[in-house]
Design a protein around this ligand. Structure first.
Ligand SMILES: [Zn+2]
Length: 240
């Protein structure tokens, strides 16, 4: 439950804002409001927020018959050349993992108020191939997972799943993976840690759902009790 900050807290926030101004995650404009916002007013005016029910929505429908989801949540709809695409671009290619953490905190605060997410046992980010993670310096889904973990008070299992396949293009990968055997792309490195757990699987953006399908099935095979999904953005099919 969020409560109104105390006066010293407000002054402290104002002070740190002067020293370290929070910037819009898309256009880098200085944010004039509290740290609970990630986009500036101008960007927010063009962003479409996701507000579907967590246990009955188009993401669950998209994965129907492919992997069993108990709940799915996302912050924004993905639109080409829109602020959300810019934020994801900065997060993945701009050496700004903090964007993922801020967005994770934002979604985590929303999820923590829902009974569907209050029993999450662990948070599992979709892994990058180790070579790609070394090149990038971090895994953007891990950054997002860390922000979610702060709000949900659940541990992040960063090594529960591993990616076996190196792919040059992240965007192309989402489509190609649909036609591949799961073992070629991912495997469960720590299945015992997933057994009996409510796992929150997290990724930056959901398009066809192929990545979530493969990782979700590995978690189910490991004996996961419940599977929920959280992404920063969800792309409507036909608009990606
Ligand atoms: Zn902006």
């Amino acid at each position: 439950m969020l409560s109104y900050p105390s006066a010293p807290r407000i002054w402290w926030n104002a002070f740190t804002h002067l020293l370290y101004p929070q910037l819009c995650v898309a256009c880098n404009a200085s944010l004039t409001t509290s740290a609970h916002q990630c986009f500036c007013f101008k960007c927010r005016a063009t962003i479409e927020l996701v507000d579907f029910p967590f246990d009955n929505n188009e993401v669950i429908d998209r994965l129907w018959g492919r992997t069993r989801l108990d709940a799915a949540a996302s912050l924004y709809y993905f639109r080409k050349k829109g602020p959300v695409q810019w934020a994801l671009h900065h997060l993945k290619y701009g050496n700004q993992p903090d964007i993922g953490r801020r967005l994770g905190r934002l979604l985590g605060q929303k999820l923590y108020s829902s009974p569907l997410f209050q029993d999450v046992d662990c948070i599992v980010p979709v892994p990058l191939h180790p070579v790609k993670e070394r090149q990038r310096g971090y895994n953007q889904s891990m950054a997002f997972a860390l922000g979610l973990a702060e709000a949900l008070h659940a541990p992040v299992l960063g090594n529960a799943l591993v990616r076996n396949q190196f792919s040059a293009s992240q965007t192309r990968k989402h489509r190609d993976e649909r036609f591949q055997n799961v073992g070629e792309v991912f495997s469960a490195a720590q299945p015992k840690r997933l057994k009996g757990q409510h796992v929150l699987l997290v990724d930056d953006v959901l398009t066809t759902g192929a990545t979530i399908e493969m990782c979700g099935n590995l978690i189910e095979q490991a004996g996961g009790r419940k599977l929920s999904v959280a992404t920063i953005a969800v792309a409507s099919l036909g608009k990606v």
